[in-house]
Ligand binder design. Structure first.
Ligand code: SF4
Length: 619
């Protein structure tokens, strides 16, 4: 059998001549292989049709007169009396996908499946001779644009390698599908140039991401060229997360040419010996000295700290306090403290007690806020109000960014916002939303009503009155810092609509440990018909395991187990399962972090599932 000769090398996505001229970016081919023998093709014609139908149903929701229609089988028109089940062998086994496109752009794996299955039924011909194909390419990449994360998504494609080996590196504990892939830097560069060429600033339309867990983008040999090309295309803020090891004075000088920038420096510790040990950074002084250099270059930045509870909890806490005090001297916009965790992929052994470590850290950080002139943000933010009913959804400030309009208006740590320009504020989501709106409006001044230690205050805020490190292009909410967005304001409305559409009375709501207190509060404050029963449950994070308990990291497999556990309780058979969409936020295609579509939950449990729009809470 002949092969159609393909005019490019075996490394998919790269032309063979290896030209590095940036003018060639539009020639870059987005190419994908087909014919992998590890994927069995259909056994017969009918299996081919069923396979296509299943694949289509993982991409679309069928409707009739505007209402969702669910199907679990089909009949061929020439055999109208014979039922064929669509999912005879669906089970709850975890699906181990190896292709990130299953998550980010499942239409490409769908095309591959289509071609492979057709190829297993018929032979293609070229000039009367049978031929085999071994790949396909996108004819018009511009047809594949969709709204996304803008410059950050493009830059993430450059963050494919790292020069350090942190002891806590999350890449050691991430599922296989997100592991780094090794490609030649030249190939990555050419792809990134093509992504920049197709990018539509303003609407932030870009090509679907296809990168693994981000590593250190400053190690990419083409980073200056990439930043130059990106800056030519857009003046949007470029956000650079970095471990700091390459932030030499020269690098900071180079970066300063690409403003507006915001740099997140993973400093982790201000102690050279601890950084050498923790991150295996042989030149720890570079990152430590970088804070002063960033300040002199007037590049807004944040400091990121992962407190790692080794060799002891006490040492971690002492080092955290020292690192915060050191960092605050160089005016970062804020300091982020990411509470430590690990998955079963990182360690099967129990490394530390999460509750003990997180509680200890929360108490310490809340104390350090009172003596540090820089906002300290705990991530995940909802942990601030975990087990603290008074704090739930409260529009109280956990910090104010130095020299911001909020700071200059006189707002301080602990203030509770009660109103903006006469509009009453009931919760934190509302406060963030209103501040975001006024910051992006043409308003110059706003009035604030504030409660401080039991006293009511009226303050005036001038939105044009600010200086470094505040920059409205890089920092939101006029400099006010809150713990976390939490649940969107329209959550309850979405829930009511979904229940009405499904005529549901017994509703199982699956949430996370951190969101549950806030959700419970919102439900108590909302009105539901007396015959409606809402059952809240928290699925265990079995897929990632370890001590991970973030709801955004739950998988389809975890949700199926949670529904089954609820059924085992024997309370009631729910007629609707409701899940926040954030565990499926990666691409908008309803896939979890293994690439599995959420519809498998209802296919396996037999109970309708609805997703409620919800952003990830890790902010
Ligand atoms: S800098 Fe980041 S990617 Fe690199 S080893 Fe450390 S945690 Fe991992």
């Amino acid at each position: 059998m002949n092969m159609i000769p393909l005019p490019f090398s075996k490394e998919f996505g790269v032309e063979p001549n290896g030209r590095s001229n940036s003018q060639t970016h539009t020639e870059y081919l987005f190419r994908y292989p087909v014919g992998d023998d590890s994927r069995p093709g259909p056994l017969n014609l009918q299996e081919m049709l069923a396979g296509h139908l299943r694949a289509i149903l993982d991409l679309v929701t069928l409707t009739w007169k505007g209402k969702r229609v669910r199907i679990d089988g089909y009949r061929l028109l020439d055999e109208p009396d014979l039922d064929h089940p669509l999912y005879p062998e669906v089970n709850q086994e975890s699906a181990q996908y190896a292709d990130r496109l299953d998550i980010y752009e499942p239409r490409i794996p769908y095309i591959r499946q289509l071609m492979e299955s057709i190829h297993s039924i018929v032979d293609f011909e070229y000039q009367g001779e049978p031929v085999r194909i071994d790949g396909f390419r996108l004819k018009r990449p511009d047809q594949w644009l969709k709204p996304g994360g803008g410059a950050a998504d493009i830059l993430a494609q450059a963050a494919t390698r790292c020069n350090l080996k942190c002891r806590f590196c999350y890449n050691l504990g991430s599922p296989l599908v997100f592991k780094e892939t090794s490609r030649k830097a030249e190939a990555e560069y050419r792809e990134i140039l093509a992504r920049i060429a197709y990018y539509v600033p303003g609407s932030k339309l870009g090509l679907f991401p296809d990168a693994g867990s981000p590593c250190e983008m400053l190690t990419h040999p083409y980073i200056p060229e990439i930043l130059t090309a990106l800056r030519r295309k857009t003046d949007e803020v470029v956000r650079i997360p970095t471990n700091g090891s390459l932030l030499t004075p020269e690098m900071i000088q180079t970066l300063s040419q690409y403003q507006p920038l915001f740099v997140d420096v993973s400093l982790n510790t201000s102690s050279p010996s601890r950084r050498r040990w923790l991150m295996r950074d042989l030149e720890p002084e570079v990152a430590i000295n970088a804070l002063a250099e960033l300040e002199s270059a007037h590049i807004p930045y944040s400091v990121v700290i992962v407190p790692w509870p080794f060799p002891s909890l006490e040492e971690m806490v002492e080092d955290l306090a020292r690192t915060i005090a050191f960092s605050a001297r160089f005016n970062p916009a804020y300091i982020q403290i990411s509470l430590p965790g690990y998955s079963r992929w990182f360690s099967n052994e129990t490394l530390f007690d999460r509750e003990e470590v997180w509680n200890h850290l929360k108490t310490e950080i809340q104390h350090l806020r009172t003596v540090t002139g820089c906002p300290l943000i705990i991530r995940p933010g909802l942990y601030e109000e975990y087990l603290d009913p008074e704090a739930i959804d409260t529009p109280r400030l956990i910090g104010v960014i130095k020299n911001s309009p909020a700071a200059r208006a006189g707002l301080v740590l602990g203030d509770r916002l009660l109103g903006i320009n006469g509009l009453r504020i009931k919760n934190r989501t509302q406060a963030r939303s209103l501040l975001g709106t006024v910051q992006n409006s043409s308003l110059e001044k706003v009035s604030l009503n504030v409660e401080r230690s039991g006293e009511l205050l009226d303050l005036d805020m001038d939105l044009n009155h600010f200086e470094y490190p505040f920059d409205p292009r890089t920092v939101p909410y006029a400099g006010c810092v809150f713990p976390s967005a939490g649940i969107p304001l329209n959550w309850m409305e979405q829930l009511r609509t979904m229940m009405a559409t499904e005529k549901a009375r017994e509703v199982l709501i699956l949430t996370s440990t951190l969101v549950r207190p806030m959700l419970g509060k919102r439900i108590r404050e909302s009105l539901f018909p007396a015959d409606v029963h809402l059952h809240l449950r928290v699925p265990a994070n079995q897929y990632l395991g370890g001590n991970i308990f973030m709801g955004d990291l739950l998988t389809v497999e975890d949700f199926i187990a949670a529904v089954k556990n609820f059924l085992d309780e024997g309370i009631v058979l729910p007629d609707l399962v409701v899940i926040p969409s954030s565990p499926f936020h990666l691409s908008g295609w309803g896939r979890d972090l293994t690439g599995r579509v959420y519809k498998d939950i209802e296919r396996i449990t037999g109970i309708p599932v609805g997703l409620i729009e919800c952003d990830p809470i890790f902010d």
